[in-house]
Design a protein around this ligand. Structure first.
Ligand code: ADP
Ligand code: MG
Length: 405
């Protein structure tokens, strides 16, 4: 990698180091942290900097802030408390993103201590008005945050595909800007898929964000040997072939793109499900498994079926590298967890000594972790959108903004 890292930082004892972390963790209905993987993955950088005697100022976003009332459920206070429990160091929290309270708290910060500011995206809504200061990289905000410290470390892989004030903006205003250990690790792991895969390389794409993900298939068809389709994405492909998909998830403005992938797939890389779990309404009820030509107009498909699992299993078992983004079905419902769990089992059974496996995508990663497979993959990425962008062959703006080595 040609970017500066923690290895390039010398004499940081007593220095104020701004660290952009990705603490965008899933919260449950009661506001408790559902999955703390992103906090755990940020610890190596935090601990290394603390050990060297730095004063840490942590910045992160949490969820999306579209209106004033979103702030009530999106405070980073609960995350600061969770972090405090994982470290010997003191973690202080200030419930502002800028101003006197922040300035004072930074002044009071001692060596080996951490100060966490409030959710950076609170800056997106001011007094009820949507201003997007964080999300549109407002220059005044970026300068203010940059002025809080001497050194900038970006370790927020999950937002590296976005050009925001708290990543690109700060980096552009600092004399010293480096990437942290998590970003280094993510790039090293994803590089094993994108640039130097052991073949066959199999990509598995599912989930619900069809329009976000269908574009990645163009590049996957270049770099992968097989592309297995599952989840909500499947129905856009089926409909593009003129098949009945009932009320299944479809993105009508992507039909011609899906069709063009199939038409141009002369090497036969794309694999579609052959059977589907069908139900009458979106609920956790027992499905009927049907061949894809037998879906009725009053049904919807919420998972792949056992024949598809068997077909995909064979392909995965012959692979040396697998990259997976997006669940195979509505795994949140017991009746439709089968596809996702079966693919997890297949990868687990082959084992990481024979198969290099990466799972990316927020929901697919947390599904795999919840189902008990967290140590069965070679790597679980902390960044859904960012890992997709790399798979698309794109550069990540927040990493580009870091100084070259
Ligand atoms: P990831 O976060 O892993 O990138 P997405 O956000 O794209 O994945 O999609 C995750 C969601 O996709 C899950 O909440 C799951 O319920 C949903 N999903 C999977 N298959 C289907 C389907 N056939 N129909 C509707 N939703 C689906
Ligand atoms: Mg998701």
């Amino acid at each position: 990698m040609n970017k500066k890292t923690l290895d390039n930082l010398k004499d940081i004892e007593g220095k104020k180091v701004i660290v952009r972390v990705d603490f965008n963790v899933p919260l449950d209905k009661n506001g408790n942290i559902n999955d703390d993987n992103r906090i755990l993955m940020a610890l190596p950088t935090i601990k290394e900097l603390l050990k060297k005697g730095a004063k840490l100022i942590l910045l992160s976003h949490l969820g999306r802030i579209k209106k004033e009332s979103d702030k009530a459920t999106k405070s980073l206070k609960v995350v600061a408390e969770a972090l405090n429990q994982k470290l010997d160091a003191t973690v202080k929290f200030v419930d502002s993103t800028r101003g006197v309270a922040v300035d004072e708290a930074v002044k009071d910060l001692n060596e080996g201590q951490i100060l966490m500011l409030e959710n950076t995206r609170f800056e997106d809504v001011q007094n009820g008005e949507v201003v997007n200061y964080e999300s549109k990289n407002n220059p005044n905000l970026a300068k203010y945050w940059a002025n809080l410290g001497d050194i900038f470390v970006n370790d927020a892989f999950g937002t590296a595909h976005r050009s925001h004030a708290s990543n690109v903006g700060i980096a552009n205003n600092m004399k010293i800007a480096v990437v942290g250990r998590l970003i280094e690790l993510e790039l090293r792991m994803l590089n094993k898929v994108v640039n130097e895969p052991k073949r066959p390389l199999v990509a598995i794409i599912g989930g619900a964000k069809v329009s976000d993900k269908i574009n990645v298939i163009a590049n996957l068809l270049k770099i992968a040997d097989k592309v297995l389709i599952g989840g909500g994405m499947s129905y856009t492909f089926f409909k593009s072939l003129g098949k009945e998909v009932g009320d299944s998830l479809v993105e009508n403005d992507k039909l011609s793109l899906a069709k063009s992938y199939l038409d141009n797939d002369h090497a036969g890389k794309i694999e579609l499900p052959v059977d589907i779990a069908c139900v009458k309404e979106f609920a956790d009820t027992k499905p009927t498994y049907r061949a894809i030509d037998n879906i009725s107009s009053s049904e919807m498909g919420l998972d792949i079926g056992p024949k598809t699992v068997a077909k995909y299993k064979k392909i995965i078992e012959s692979a040396q590298t697998v990259v997976w983004n997006g669940p195979m079905g509505v795994f949140e419902f017991k009746n439709f967890a089968f596809g996702t769990e079966s693919i997890c089992k297949t990868i687990a059974n082959v084992g990481t000594d024979k198969l290099f496996s990466i799972i990316g995508g927020g929901d697919s990663a947390s599904a795999a972790i919840k189902m008990g497979f967290h140590d069965k993959f070679s790597y679980i990425s902390t960044g859904g959108g960012a890992s997709l962008a790399l798979l698309e062959g794109k550069k990540l703006p927040a990493i580009e903004a870091i100084h070259n080595n």
